[in-house]
Each structure stands twice: as structure tokens, then as C-alpha cells.
Design a protein around this ligand. Structure first.
Ligand code: SF4
Ligand code: SF4
Length: 248
């Protein structure tokens, strides 16, 4: 409506249309920051006026508060991420909030520089967190699906301690070479092809590729119990390739 009504609003924003605010994934926001955006604004339909039964705007709201805490965790100002709700007919409101948001972001300065974080350090922090998005979403699944009465209630939904704990308790997964039977179940189920193996070959996990989803841990048959979940300990190195053949 803002465009149709010829309303003036800043040109320093790039609009990306999605079917629902709920479609905006945590990964999209982190990717925008990784690509150098100084701020991310999400405009959703008014709460309780969703066209879909899913009420995705509540999901977007919860995701934004989670992401803001994550931003604090890595030293970014959470004001760089904002969500507002409005109907498609509220062009004036859209132009106002967008102008206000851009003004605020400009005051904060370029991403990272405004917070005094080294560019490369920020890039690696964002890359590390982006890699953990499936894990974060899995652990926070219940909270992300919550539908609270008031927007203010979302502010207390995620605490800084909780987010610190979330990142300090990231598990690693390791395949015990003495127990692996090369059944290939974990390899077939890994969503990111992080498991290296084959017929009659002890499987190993590529820790660089692993997104900590835990699928292999769940999938490995209990009679083998070869996948170990490791917390707060270094992961043993993978066994050498020549030692992976199983002679039956
Ligand atoms: S936890 Fe297992 S299934 Fe999940 S990404 Fe890592 S290796 Fe693959
Ligand atoms: S599911 Fe378990 S036993 Fe089968 S290949 Fe994977 S780690 Fe080895």
C-alpha cells in the first residue's frame, strides 16, 4: 500500500517478499548479517489476523526474540533486528516504522564496527552460529512454537543464561570404531552427508560438516550403540582410513 499510495520511505532497505512472516527462518536472518546487512526488519500481518491456521507471525516473533538473544551472545546489538506487525492497508505505518528502523540502524553504525567487533571475528562467529541453526531449532522447538498472549511476554521467553548454556552444551557425535558394524543406517539418514563410510567400512563423522542434529545417535541400532554423544570433551580423532575395513 505504501508504494501504491506514493508514500515516501527510505531507499536504504531491500524488500524480500515471503508468503508469511513465519517463513523467515533464523538462518535467513543470520545469513543477511553474514552478507553484511547492518539490520534486518521483518514485517508481518497483525497478530491473531493470520490468513493461515498456522499463525506463522507468532513463530516469527518468537524466532526474533531468540535471535536477538543470540545476537547479544556474540556481541551484536539486538536493535539491529526488528519485527513489526501491520495489515497490508497500513502503508503509512509501514513507511514510518521502516524509516525509523533505518534511522536507528544508521545510529548504530556498520555491523560489527558499531559494536567494536573485528570483521573476521564476526564473520567466523556468524558462520559458527549459522551452522548450528538446525541444532538451535531442535533444542528450542517447543518455545519457538509457543503462542503467548502479549508481545512483551516474548521478551522474557529466552534469557541470556539460557543462550549461554545452549552454546556451552553443544554436543558432538562420534562413532566408536570398536562398535560400528557398518550397517550404513546412520550414513543414509544424515541430512548433510557428514558420515563417511561404506559397505564393510567403519563409519566416521566429518566434524566440520556435522550440524549436531543427533539423527545418527537416534538411528544407530541399540544392539550396536556405536554412536556416542560427547559433551564438554574433545572428540577423538577419526581412525585412519586403512584401519576402517571390517573383515567378516
Ligand atoms: S549429528 Fe549425525 S546425523 Fe546429524 S549431522 Fe552430525 S553426523 Fe549427521
Ligand atoms: S548406524 Fe551405527 S553401526 Fe551402523 S554404520 Fe552407523 S555407527 Fe555404524
Amino acid at each position: 500500500m505504501a508504494g501504491v499510495s506514493r508514500l515516501q520511505y527510505t531507499t536504504e532497505i531491500r524488500l524480500i517478499r515471503v508468503m508469511c512472516a513465519g517463513r523467515v527462518d533464523l538462518e535467513f536472518v543470520l545469513r543477511a548479517f553474514s552478507n553484511g546487512m547492518d539490520g534486518v526488519f521483518i514485517g508481518g500481518c497483525r497478530l491473531n489476523e493470520c490468513n493461515y491456521i498456522t499463525h506463522g507471525n507468532f513463530h516469527a516473533l518468537s524466532m526474533v526474540f531468540l535471535c536477538r538473544r543470540i545476537m547479544e551472545h556474540i556481541g551484536l546489538n539486538p536493535e539491529r533486528l526488528r519485527i513489526e506487525f501491520m495489515s497490508s492497508g497500513e502503508g503509512i505505518l509501514f513507511a514510518e516504522v521502516v524509516n525509523d528502523f533505518v534511522k536507528k540502524v544508521k545510529e548504530l553504525g556498520p555491523l560489527g564496527e558499531g559494536e567494536g567487533i573485528d570483521e573476521n571475528e564476526l564473520k567466523s562467529k556468524l558462520a559458527e552460529i549459522t551452522k548450528l541453526v538446525p541444532y538451535i531449532k531442535m533444542v528450542k522447538n517447543e518455545k519457538l512454537a509457543l503462542r503467548l498472549d502479549k508481545v512483551e511476554d516474548y521478551d522474557a521467553l529466552y534469557t541470556s543464561d539460557e543462550i549461554n548454556r545452549l552454546f556451552s552444551e553443544v554436543p558432538s557425535y562420534y562413532i566408536d570404531p570398536d562398535k560400528c558394524q557398518a550397517c550404513m543406517i546412520c550414513l543414509r539418514k544424515c541430512p548433510v552427508e557428514a558420515i563417511i563410510g561404506g559397505k564393510n567400512q567403519i563409519h566416521v563423522i566429518d566434524q566440520e560438516k556435522c550440524i549436531k542434529c543427533g539423527t545418527c545417535f537416534e538411528a544407530c541400532p541399540p544392539r550396536f550403540g556405536a554412536v556416542k554423544k560427547i559433551l564438554a570433551e574433545p572428540v577423538p580423532p577419526p581412525i585412519p582410513e586403512e584401519a576402517r575395513i571390517i573383515v567378516r
